[in-house]
Design a binder for this molecule. Sequence first.
Ligand code: SIN
Length: 329
Amino acid sequence: MKKILGTLSAVAFAVGASASFAACDAGERVVKLSHVTGGTTHPKVVASNNLAERVNKEMNGKLCVEVYPNSTLFGDSKELEALLLGDVQLLAPSLSKFGSYTKKYGVFDLPFIFKDMDAAMRFTQSETGKGLLNSMEDKGLVGLGYWMSGMKYFSANKPLMTPSDANGLKFRVQNSDVAKAMIAAMGASPQPMAFAEVYGALQTGVVDGQENTWSNIYTKKFFEVQDSTTQTSHQLLAYLFMTSKEFLDSLDAGTRKQFLSIADDVTQKANLSVKEKEEANRQNILKAGGTIRDLTPAQRKQWVDAMKPVWKQFEKEIGADVIAAAAAS
Ligand code: SIN
């Protein structure tokens, strides 16, 4: 890749995406990385662009990564299918979006299983966590690493201080059985929906609330169409940085080794700066006029008590041993 990163695609430009992708030269092996997030400060945007920059600089055209942000190439519903068809080679979907391929990743969605990001990172680096990377090998899907994103917080069109405030409200969730059960446990109604549709659904009242990280709430401007966000930290958002077996097998041994080494390094560096990016985006929400509400310990306990019974519901399909390892982290 001889050209400098910074070329905006016509499509990305049209939707206001500020992330960039490289223009590859003729004869270079193009590797497409598609994702659904946007802005410039989002951990997934930064990690994706760093990967492109490193591969394109260091691999001298053996591979050239093009990054398609903001669901401009594939959105939530199509990206895994597209990977298996060879229409894209790299993805980083939320671990909540693999229900049709493996139930094991439900562990990452269990409410209050991780005290904070450090606990989640300890789990992903444990033997059990590393083992889960390969949960879908029989389907031709290969996990290259976990890209952490942040803890999740509830927002709604009214203040949410206790679970009873959520009674009867409709919440957008990712397409995850655990997330659906968790919302039902709050006496609310879960509405699975693609990420690209969330802002419009909040704005028009199709749903009353949603749950996400500071980086998504800021870069997708959800705070503009919500009363406030409550610091619930009830769940993790992390991504599986992944490829297909077909793509990896198509690389000669030297190219594969160099690519995997860069991918690993980019993953480690990305995870080191996630907490900082989340805090910066929390501050960005406040600066832009968004409201963030704190919970007292007694209010937090009410959320934990309402949602924790969900663990038991999924023990069989996730595995009691996997849940215990995650909780112990
Ligand atoms: C993402 O961060 O990739 C999207 C998360 C969501 O669908 O809420």
